[in-house]
Design a protein around this ligand. Structure first.
Ligand code: NAP
Length: 481
């Protein structure tokens, strides 16, 4: 891996401001070619406890500093992330596989949370409440929740960390974070830059390791961790919630999705095709908000399917470091197997392949960008998130039916709709049981909009003016006069 600043590449964990090697290592590989790119410290429960030991006193001191002071450190961190964006993107693409241009986009997106929450830190305000008794005064203080545990996935190795850590440290908390085992290098590079920015030892601890269940359990079992924040599968989210019950921790969970994308006859076809391409094929379909089920009204169905298949056919697949590549590899064999299973199941039950449908000629975990039509609700893809480059088209006739099909899911993260009819826009947006509704666009994420889901897609909101609340407690102070 060629970096302008090779000192960004760390292979040891970052605990209490020091780099910890541990006794054993695990290999991080490049999903584009299977090459081992680093041997990273394989730590576990003992180091999580050591990190919590460090975080507790560090957090108390950090919380005593003024919000302005914390914001200035964060602002420096933001500047350093942006100044090193090229190198961070190379690290990200090499360990995760997404095209370099997308990786650069993620660095800017990830950094935006640091910038945003540095500003939000200064706008945390308690209240003076109108008193119901003349001899009392009522106030609220907003105070940091304390030390929090964070566990993040591989699909956004930078942004899923900053979306949690930035509001937390802005609020005056400290964290112990475990990154996904596929993508620890991006997390460690972020820690290096945070240290250069002046973040004190113990505030952001990164524990890398293969034994995620033990690491998670240690975090959840420790009373000193007052909150868990997690992005990943619903299954693991449930485990963490159960394990956190005894110490009654506050939870933020960003879990699985199964996003519907509705295209009505009155949609602008260009907007709908462009939006569907962006939503579906970004990160090779490996985002929790990728359109999984595309519902198209019968009047526009054939034209939409034809245009979508043409655009899908034109996608360049390859190593994300190669210029012009728009779709990289799937993260691992397990991911690839699920995509194959969904396509085979759909075709076996009558779906039609318009393009793609099998592993790519490049080999490894590359998969052809795929469009399926004539999908039905008895197919596996209808219920489960595919997490791959498969656009699955379902036909509908009536608005109410489309809404019912879209809502027929245990998940409720993101939904998309395409219509030029203003009344329908509001009607359908209100009826969709999802935390996020994107209208006439395939991309909605930013630091300003609240991100989070309903039902089995999770709890809480990240980013936005609401995101910092997840790391604050409200204290009620009643003063007798
Ligand atoms: P995952 O298996 O749940 O892994 C996510 C993180 O949890 C990784 O760091 C993993 O560690 C760790 N982990 C695994 N088992 C654990 C356990 N028993 N206890 C504690 N931690 C554990 O999810 P994934 O398959 O990598 O990621 C894809 C899923 O994440 C999809 O369902 C997707 O929808 C969801 N996602 C949601 C959002 C959102 O914002 N809602 C965003 C991105 C992804 P290891 O890497 O060491 O296994």
């Amino acid at each position: 891996m060629k970096l302008n600043d090779p000192t960004l590449l760390h292979v040891d964990s970052y605990i209490n401001g020091g780099w910890v090697a541990g006794k054993t290592r695990f290999a991080v590989t490049n999903p584009a070619n299977g090459e081992v790119i680093a041997e990273v410290a394989d730590l576990g429960s003992a180091e999580v406890t050591a990190a919590i030991d460090a975080a507790v006193p560090a957090q108390k001191a950090w919380a005593k500093r003024t919000a302005k002071d914390r914001a200035m450190v964060m602002r420096k961190w933001y500047d350093l992330v942006m100044a090193n964006a090229e190198d961070l993107a190379v690290i990200l693409t090499t360990e995760m596989g997404k095209p370099l241009a997308e990786a650069k986009g993620e660095i800017a997106y990830g950094a935006s949370f640091i910038d945003w929450f540095a500003e939000e830190a200064r706008r945390v305000c308690g209240d003076v409440l109108e008193t119901p008794q003349a001899d009392k005064r009522l106030l609220t203080f907003k105070q940091p929740i304390g030390v929090f545990g964070a566990i993040t996935p591989w699909n956004f190795p930078i942004a899923m960390i900053t979306r949690k850590v930035a509001p937390g440290i802005a609020a005056g908390c400290a964290c112990v974070l475990k990154p996904a085992e596929q993508t620890p290098l991006s997390a460690l590079a972020l820690a290096e830059l945070a240290e250069r920015a002046g973040l004190p030892a113990g505030i952001m601890n990164i524990v890398t390791g293969m034994n995620a269940p033990a690491i998670g359990e240690t975090m959840c079992a420790d009373d000193r961790i007052r909150k868990m924040t997690f992005t990943g599968s619903t299954e693991v989210g449930r485990i963490l919630m159960r394990q956190s019950a005894d110490s009654v921790k506050k939870m933020s969970l960003e879990l699985g999705g199964n996003a519907p994308l509705l295209v009505f006859d009155d949609a602008d076809l260009d907007k709908a095709v462009t939006g569907a391409m962006m939503s579906k094929f970004r990160n090779a379909g490996q985002t929790c908000v990728c359109a999984n089920r595309i519902f198209v009204q019968d009047g526009i169905y054939d034209a939409f399917a034809k245009r979508l298949a043409e655009a899908t056919d034109a996608l360049q697949v390859g190593n994300g470091m190669t210029d012009g590549v728009e779709q990289g590899p799937i993260i691992n064999d397990q991911g690839l197997a699920k995509i194959k299973r969904h396509v085979e199941d759909a075709v076996g039950k009558g779906a039609i392949l318009l393009t793609g449908g099998k592993p790519h000629a490049l080999g490894g975990t590359f998969f052809e960008p795929t469009v399926l039509t004539e999908m039905t609700s008895d197919m596996q893809l209808f219920r489960e998130e595919t997490f791959g480059p498969v656009a699955a088209l379902f036909k509908f006739n009536d608005e109410d039916d489309a809404i019912a099909m879209a809502n027929d899911s245990e998940f409720g993260l993101a939904a998309y709709l395409f219509t030029e009819n203003a009344a329908r826009l509001f009607r359908v947006s209100e009826a969709l049981e999802f935390g996020i509704v994107a209208v006439n666009t395939g991309i909605f994420s930013s630091e300003v909009g609240p991100f989070g889901g309903l039902k089995n897609s999770g709890l809480g909101r990240e980013g936005s003016k609401y995101g910092i609340d997840e790391f604050l407690e409200i204290k009620f102070v009643c003063v007798g006069m």
